[in-house]
Design a binder for this molecule. Structure first.
Ligand SMILES: CC(C)(COP(=O)(O)OP(=O)(O)OC[C@H]1O[C@@H](n2cnc3c(N)ncnc32)[C@H](O)[C@@H]1OP(=O)(O)O)[C@@H](O)C(=O)NCCC(=O)NCCS
Length: 128
């Protein structure tokens, strides 16, 4: 998501959350758009110095908690090359359900997106 899309998403009033530390310093943020069937995780990011300390999972759990009030699951797109994010989502029981070919177009470069999804009722059935 580029800066313009980020500003557009915040202006559109999508749910946006910021995670801060005790000194009020920014750790990370996330943006979720809800529709009646699924919520869409548009962005989640943790500042480099704070990565791999569980903050991303904390924020993702929060997004899921808020989305459970409005929809039956979360879907998202992730760059096919973003191995870290793919591992991150898989660890939280997101499944890859499809590919959007050439979804990301930056100047001359195109990249596929994996569509990942977590359906809440399935997690409850599996106790997750
Ligand atoms: C993806 C991202 C949000 C993860 O946040 P995080 O705070 O580092 O994640 P956590 O510490 O909660 O990690 C949870 C799990 O994700 C996986 N994971 C996270 N970072 C990883 C890494 N560098 N390498 C491999 N697996 C990783 C692991 O399974 C990890 O569990 P473990 O530490 O018990 O092995 C963070 O890396 C980030 O901001 N990346 C840049 C932005 C981005 O790509 N966002 C997603 C696309 S919109």
């Amino acid at each position: 998501m580029d800066k313009k899309n980020l500003n557009d998403a915040i202006s559109a009033g999508y749910d946006s959350w910021i995670l801060r530390d005790k000194r009020n310093l920014l750790i990370g943020f996330s943006i979720v758009m809800h529709t009646p069937d699924l919520s869409h995780l548009l962005l989640i990011a943790i500042k480099k110095d704070f990565q791999r300390k569980g903050f991303g999972s904390l924020l993702l759990n929060w997004c899921e908690k808020k989305s459970r009030e409005k929809s039956s699951g979360i879907s998202l797109e992730v760059r096919s090359s973003n191995d870290i994010a793919i591992s991150f989502y898989k660890k939280s029981n997101y499944k890859c359900i499809g590919i959007r070919k050439n979804y990301y177009r930056d100047k001359n470069l195109c990249e596929d997106a994996f569509i990942m999804e977590k359906l809440f009722h399935k997690c409850e059935q599996n106790g997750k």
